[in-house]
Design a binder for this molecule. Structure first.
Ligand SMILES: [Cu+2]
Length: 461
């Protein structure tokens, strides 16, 4: 590997026989020390202290990996390892990730940067690293067996390429992919433009997160990796509501949100109160002629989307996946629909046998959010989140864009609940209610009989 040769050259160690032990010690010394993060909090943007300048992103409930410059090359060190991720307060998951967290840290570079990434494998099985969406030499693409041998446990591989095009990217293993992605191995990558770019606007807030999902039985810690679609935890950066931090903006800020989907289904991401435009995809910035306003955009499997809007409406605006099952947490799947079923008699009789028996759902599922039902340890409620007016009755892929007049530039702290101006909140009508007028067709007979002819020729009544 040329990088190793150049390290050895720099140390005067090339040519002739070098004892294996010496080589490995030198190689170890050449690695940037891995930086480990144990907190699931949203970290302040990492301002570049070396290399070319750029406007950093904020990773939702995540962080950016520091680098070191080595003779003009940006060097990063990722360590694939088992991690404990708090998915929401009260619920921890035993995942696999990078540098202490799942997802791994965001990598930020500038268009044209020479990049060297050391990937150390501390997992019990082999892995690789694929740089999803990048233009790079084929041998750096990280497909185990195809473009490189897998990285065995305990080994470190080096990836080197030039970040050729600006945009939004991801990284993930391409070895035992089903297991390793189901366990949370993934991360975000942003390549900033090297200067003013005709299709990339400057923004005041630049957020990023990955869509991921898990199947973790209530009360347990480890995802069931064989589940394809019936996940019970739909997460953003391995966090579920109410564990996902709000995306904060000062009123009139231009906001960019970068989203990558590494689940096995699509997620229509919906923003309240504003219209946005898709300014970038997996392939880079979109031509301006292809942009239109919308309030929901589908992020398909394996895709990245960049959406942009001016945050000109103050408030706490819901921001979520529009598949309603993706905005609830575990427990929602095996419960039969009970709306309209009166359980009183049957549950009185069952209660004589099982005193704790509880019927759920005959008036809808909202009771779930309020009931003091004992949950197994290490479980987040299915529909939850206390708002200023009661339970938000959400879980999973739900957060808020919080827009405030007085939010300081560069301040990402949660400003608390929005205090709406007097007279601007939906209110209860307490006056008299008229009987609804129903349309009556006086000409129609009292009982209507319909004859339907089906295409097959059957006639039914
Ligand atoms: Cu979804």
């Amino acid at each position: 590997m040329s990088s190793r040769r150049s390290f050895l050259q720099a140390l005067g160690l090339t040519g002739g026989a070098v004892a294996a032990a010496t080589v490995s010690r030198v190689a170890m010394a050449a690695l940037p020390e891995p930086v480990i993060q144990t907190s699931p909090d949203t970290m302040a943007p990492l301002l570049p202290s070396t290399g070319r300048p750029y406007n950093p992103v904020v990773t939702l409930n995540g962080w950016t990996l520091p680098w070191r410059m080595n003779q003009g090359v940006k060097e990063f060190h990722l360590v694939a390892e088992p991690v404990v991720r708090e998915m929401a307060p009260g619920m921890k998951a035993h995942l696999w990730g990078y540098n202490g967290q799942s997802p791994g840290p965001t990598i930020e570079v500038v268009e044209g940067d020479k990049v060297r990434i050391f990937v150390t494998n501390k997992l019990p099985e082999h892995t690789t690293m694929h740089w999803h969406g990048q233009r790079l030499p084929n041998g750096m693409d990280g497909v185990g067996g195809l473009t490189q041998p897998a990285i065995k446990p305990g080994k470190t591989f080096v990836y080197e390429f030039v970040a050729r095009r600006p945009g939004t990217f991801m990284y993930h293993p391409h070895a035992d992919e089903m297991t390793q992605m189901a366990m949370g191995m993934m991360g975000f990558w942003v390549t900033h433009p090297k200067g003013k770019h005709p299709l990339i606007d400057e923004v005041q807030r630049d957020y990023c997160f990955l869509l991921n999902s898990y199947d973790i039985e209530p009360g347990s810690y480890t995802p069931k990796i064989m589940t394809m679609l019936d996940q019970n935890l739909w997460s953003w950066n391995s966090r579920v509501f109410p564990g996902i931090d709000p995306l904060v903006a000062r009123q009139h800020d231009k906001v960019r949100i970068r989203i990558g989907n590494l689940t096995m289904t699509n997620h229509p991401i919906h923003l309240h109160g504003h219209e946005f435009m898709i300014t970038g995809t997996d392939g880079g910035p979109t031509p301006k002629s292809t942009r239109w306003h919308e309030v929901t955009t589908d992020v398909a499997v394996g895709q990245m989307r960049q959406l942009e809007f001016v945050a000109d409406e103050e408030g706490d605006w819901a921001f979520h996946c529009h598949k309603s099952h993706h905005t609830m947490n575990a427990m929602g799947h095996d419960i039969p629909t009970m709306i309209g079923v009166d359980h009183q008699d049957v549950s009185r009789r069952i209660t004589q046998l099982i005193p704790d028996y509880m019927v759920m759902g005959e008036r809808g599922m909202a009771d779930m959010a309020e009931m003091e039902m004992p949950l197994p340890d290490n479980t987040v409620p299915m529909m939850t989140g206390q708002g200023p007016h009661g339970s938000v009755e959400m879980g999973g892929m739900f957060s808020m864009v919080k827009v405030r007049k007085d939010q300081k530039a560069g301040d990402y702290k949660d400003p608390g609940w929005f205090k709406p101006p007097a007279g601007s909140v939906a209110y209860e009508w307490t006056g008299p209610l008229a009987q609804p007028a129903r349309q009556v067709d006086k000409a129609a007979p009292a009982q209507l009989e319909m004859s339907v002819r089906k295409p097959t020729g059957h006639t039914g009544h």
